[in-house]
Ligand binder design. Structure first.
Ligand SMILES: Cc1ncc(COP(=O)(O)O)c(C=O)c1O
Length: 400
């Protein structure tokens, strides 16, 4: 009998962390490695936010807080939802967690029973299915194909719903594809959900502020007010404010669900870091003027990467609406052999050989539930991106 739980046996370790670790090991061994695996902005947290944290420390704001957040942060979050999303929430409908991840996890832990199904469009952020498994539920993936710009159709959603469906997880713009649903596309999905009152919506809006060209971000409870009573709207400061290490995320929804999530959190981690909460108050209430230039910078990088990858024969790279990822298909490269003699029979072979032979670290598509593809995070310098894409071009040109 294993000492470890049966539940844990169903869960995979994070493949994105595995790639980052492997790249770091090669770098430590002296190899020239360019890491395109990490999902975090490459720039520093803005100074006003750091100053707010330092001021909090100096003012002695270093004790426990209420498990799901200080009133000042909850008020800032309510104001943000009103200002940016047209959504009205009061403080007892808000939960603050240690990163966006914890709110999703708390909600799943608080609601799933064995046999409950959670619909997840694939490719998905790697943590969704495993969090569902940890909470005792069953993930049900629906494939968002490249042909449909990595978006699911209303028909697919309708077909996936069963009497056991508890949640539909929605993430736009998406990790790993960057795909963003227009208001019209989202309305078509919410129309389906309106016909199935037992299904709740978990909207992960983490990449809201990373939206490009004329793409207009929208969230399910705003697009369809009829879903407000069964939607958990999740967001956080990690990506928009370059605060990944501060660990603050937040969620808004019906009070009974928020109360249940607080119960999970109060018996696990208690409150998110007090100092980080004060920093997040400043992030949300302070100047927002760096968001647009940051998005512009990412858009330029997206265009650079998409342009260079689409020059490669056998590779197709759609131009996504947001986030800082691209998810090219390598369908035309399967079956070929690398210069170093490795057969590429799937996207994991491709990513492994690419790292070994060129030092470029990407994450293979199977990790996100759609193959044969790979994910590039373009949250790194233009120089790194140009060099990495040139190496990928040379690697692919040498395939036979
Ligand atoms: C789609 C998505 N949701 C949530 C998160 C978690 O964010 P946090 O670092 O705030 O926990 C991530 C992080 O990569 C993400 O990509």
């Amino acid at each position: 009998m294993s000492f470890l739980s049966d539940t844990l046996a169903r869960v995979k370790p994070s493949p994105t962390i595995a790639v980052t670790t492997m790249a770091a090991e090669l770098k430590a061994a002296g190899r020239d490695v360019i890491g395109l695996g990490a999902g975090e902005p490459d720039f520093d947290t803005p100074q006003n936010i750091k100053d707010a944290a330092i001021a909090a420390i100096n003012a002695g704001k270093t004790k426990y807080t209420a498990p799901d957040g200080i009133p000042e942060l909850k008020a800032a979050i309510c104001a943000k939802f009103k200002r940016e999303n047209g959504l009205t929430y009061v403080p007892n409908q808000i939960s603050v967690g240690s990163g966006g991840k914890q709110n999703l996890y708390n909600a799943l832990m608080a609601t799933l029973n064995p046999g409950d199904e959670v619909i997840i469009p694939a490719p998905y952020w790697v943590s969704y299915p495993d969090m569902v498994l940890l909470a005792g539920g069953t993930p049900v993936a629906i494939e968002a194909t490249l042909e449909n710009a990595f978006k699911i159709t209303p028909e697919q959603l309708e077909a996936a719903i069963t009497p056991k469906t508890k949640w539909f997880i929605f993430n736009s713009p998406s990790n790993p594809t960057g795909a963003g649903y227009s208001r019209k596309q989202l309305k078509a999905l919410t129309d389906v959900l309106m016909r199935h009152p037992h299904v709740w919506v978990m909207s992960d809006d983490m990449y809201e502020h990373l939206a490009y060209d004329d793409f207009e971000f929208c969230s399910p409870a705003e697009v369809e007010p009829g879903l407000y009573e069964r939607t958990l709207t999740c967001n956080g400061v990690s990506k928009a404010y370059a605060m990944t290490g501060w660990r603050i995320g937040y969620a808004a929804g019906p009070k009974p669900l928020i109360d249940a999530m607080r119960k999970v959190q109060s018996q696990s981690t208690s409150n998110p870091c007090t100092i980080s909460q004060w920093a997040a108050v400043e992030a949300l209430n302070g100047p927002q003027d760096y968001l647009a230039p940051n998005a512009e910078l990412f858009k330029r990088r997206r265009d650079l990467v998409v342009g260079m990858l689409n020059q490669i024969e056998g590779m197709t790279c759609p131009r996504p609406e947001g986030a800082f990822y691209v998810y090219p298909s390598i369908k035309g490269l399967i079956g070929k052999t690398t210069k170093g003699g490795k057969l590429i029979s799937n996207d994991e072979d491709f990513a492994t050989a690419l790292l070994e032979e060129t030092g470029v670290a990407v994450v293979f598509g199977a990790a996100f539930g759609l193959s044969p593809n790979f994910r590039i995070s373009y949250a790194t310098s233009d120089e790194n991106l140009k060099e990495a894409c040139t190496r990928i071009q040379d690697f692919c040109a040498a395939l036979s």
